[in-house]
Design a protein. Sequence first.
Length: 319
Amino acid sequence: RHRVQRPEVRLTNLCQYRPRGNVFELLAGSPQLEEGLQALEAEIKLVKPNVILALGNWPLYFLTGLCGKEKQKLKPGTGIFTYRGSRLPTLERFGNFKVFPTFHPSFVNRAWFWNPIFDVDIAHAVEDSHFPELRYPEYSEYIDPQPDVLYDLVHRSLKSDWISQDIETFPDRRFSCTGWSFRENNRDIGVTITFKREDLWRFAKEVWTSDTPKIFQYATYDIPFMERFYGWKIGGFFGGKGWDTFVASANIMPDYPRDLGFLASLYTRFPYYKDERMVHKETGDMITLFRYNIKDCIATMQIALEQMKEVKIIYDKAA
């Protein structure tokens, strides 16, 4: 399904020197590595690839500047499990190109368990090789809209085939925001109502309790939370009406992670965004949290619709 001929692919390296014991860290800060990066920069600008497949932690870091964390500190040479499957821009020095990170083949040979995920990543990279753009999801978002706008959004939501729901919570048993998304004319629309606008909660409750079929990621948390602390009883979920992407992934691919970040990397074009949830704790920026809530709703919707295709579920609203 994603066969590529050898002449269609250009193989290259961060550096043309093999470090002692094949330990890449020994090259860090060396003239040999900088020489290799300069050569790579020239090569990328000459070839102008539609997609650069970054295989492993170090290509991820040197091409994008991204890495994982250890004890809350950035640690170069880590993070491939976080960012694999994302479409990312290169660092400025390399120009405006698209990077698709995934595992290094030697890792997959040692840990064959990850081969199916590696295979999916390669298939996605091949698809992306036909165009240079990142093509992130486009959608409309509304945060605490005016009542007249919100009234219209609610009633359009209730007429849709599915509503995707998600909440963000504070440690003191309050929600920070409750959001939902729906699809209209092939465009995703996301709405979130925040803890700041209690006068708008009735609109969110109308959506929550409606009979329109609901989609959740791990409904085991969201539904009991809202019922216990706010008295909102979910509609359109139980009795075979709803869909839970967490539960569905346990059936489709039971051996693999079920968190939303991992599922989004397989089923959507969202780059990794899950660390945005914690931005407000470090900066006090609540808008990022509210926008994160909308992303969660839309990603969950997109994941669910793809999962339904995989298991050949056809939903009949009249059933």
